[in-house]
Ligand binder design. Sequence first.
Ligand code: FAD
Length: 386
Amino acid sequence: MTTFTETEERQELRRQVARLAKGYGRDWFVERARSGEKTTELWMEIAKAGYLGVNIPEEYGGGGGGIGDVAAVCEELAAQGCPLLMMVVSPAICGTVIARYGTPEQKQRWLPGICDGTATMAFAITEPDAGTNSHNITTTARRDGDEWVLKGQKIYISGVDEAENVLVVARAEDERTGKLKPCLFVVPTDADGFEFTAIPMEIVSPEKQFQVFIDDVRLRSDALVGDEDGGLVQLFAGLNPERIMAASFSTGLARHALEKASAYAKERTVFKTPIGSHQAIAHPLATAHIENELARLMTQKASAMVDAGDDMAAGEAANMAKYAAAEAAVHAVDAAVQTHGGNGITQEYGMAGLLVAARAGRIAPVSREMILNFVAMHSLGLPKSY
Ligand SMILES: Cc1cc2nc3c(=O)[nH]c(=O)nc-3n(C[C@H](O)[C@H](O)[C@H](O)COP(=O)(O)OP(=O)(O)OC[C@H]3O[C@@H](n4cnc5c(N)ncnc54)[C@H](O)[C@@H]3O)c2cc1C
C-alpha cells in the first residue's frame, strides 16, 4: 500500500528523541559551541537510548532499523536546536558502508563503537586541490608487505577531534594495470603520521572541521574496507545516506527557526496587532514552511527507497531532497531573522547564529550546483557540462 505518512513507530521515535533533546535545548548547545566545549553528554545519551545506531544491524549493537529512522533522529535533534553533524557521518555514512561491505570481523570491530557512541568514525574524502571533483583525489595507498602505507591530505573533515577512526577515501595502485582506483581505509586518529588542525569556521557549532595530514601512515592489511576493486560502488553506498541525513539536518534547522519565529510573531506588537498578522511577516514564514514540508516529504521518499533496497532510484530522490531541504532552511532562517527585527541579530535570540549552518547546507556534503548537474543530466537527459 502506498502511504505518505510515517508509521506510528517512526512517529514515536521522533517524539522520544524530541523529548530527550528538549532537555538540552538550543541555549545549552550554543553555550557549548561558544565556549569550545563538546556535546558529548547528548551524543552518549542518544547512543544509550539506542537512537545513534538505530540504522545498524542488531547483531552489531544497532537498532536494526533503516536510514529513515536515523534520519528522523537527526531531524528531531536539529528541530530542538541541537543538530549533531557527526550523525550524518558516523552511523549513516561510515556505518552503512561498513555494515554493507565490511567483513564480519570488521563489522564486529567498528560497528558496536559507532552505535554506543564510544568510537565515532569521521569520513574524509574532500581534498584541497580536488574539491568537488573527487575523481582527482591524490591520497594514495601503497602496499608494503602485509601493510598499507597511506599518504595525502584532506580538508574540511568534520569531528576528527571527537573520532576514534576516520574512514578515508584513498587511491590504491592496481597491481595489473598500474591505474589508481578508489579504496576505503579505516584510519585510527592516533596513528603515527596522522595529524589534524582545526579550521576556524563561522558556524556556531561544537563540532569542528579539520585539515588532515596523512604522512606515511601504516595500516594493517584489514584496514581496507570491502573489496579493493569495488571502491567506487562501496563509496556510493554511503552517498544516499549522506544526502538524506544532510537533508534531515536542514529540515530540522528550518523547523527550529520557524517555530521560534512564529512564536515571536504572535507576541511582538508594535502597531495595533502582533507583527504576525502582517502578511509581509507571515507569508515568508508560510512559504518556508511549505518548502520545508515538501523537502521532508522528499526526504522520507528517498529514505523509503533506500530502505527498500532501490539505491539507483533513491539517488535522484536523495539529491532532490538534499537540494530542497537546504533551500528551505536558508529561506526559513532568513525569514526568522527578519521576523525578529533587531533581535534577530542578537545572541540572546539566537536566530542569526543559524545563518551559517543553514547556508552550509548549500555547500556540503554536496553542493547545490552538483545536484543541479545531476538532475540536469540524469533526470532531464541534458549533456554533461564538465
Ligand atoms: C561544514 C562543512 C563540513 C564538511 N565536512 C566534511 C567531512 O566531514 N568530510 C569531507 O570529506 N568533506 C567535508 N566537507 C567538505 C565538503 O564536502 C566540500 O566543501 C564540498 O564538497 C565542496 O567542495 P569545495 O569546498 O572544495 O568546493 P569547490 O569544489 O572548490 O567548489 C566551489 C564552487 O564551485 C562550484 N562548482 C564546482 N564544480 C562545478 C561544476 N562542474 N558545475 C557547477 N558548479 C561547480 C561548487 O558547487 C561550489 O559552489 C565539509 C564542508 C563543510 C562546509
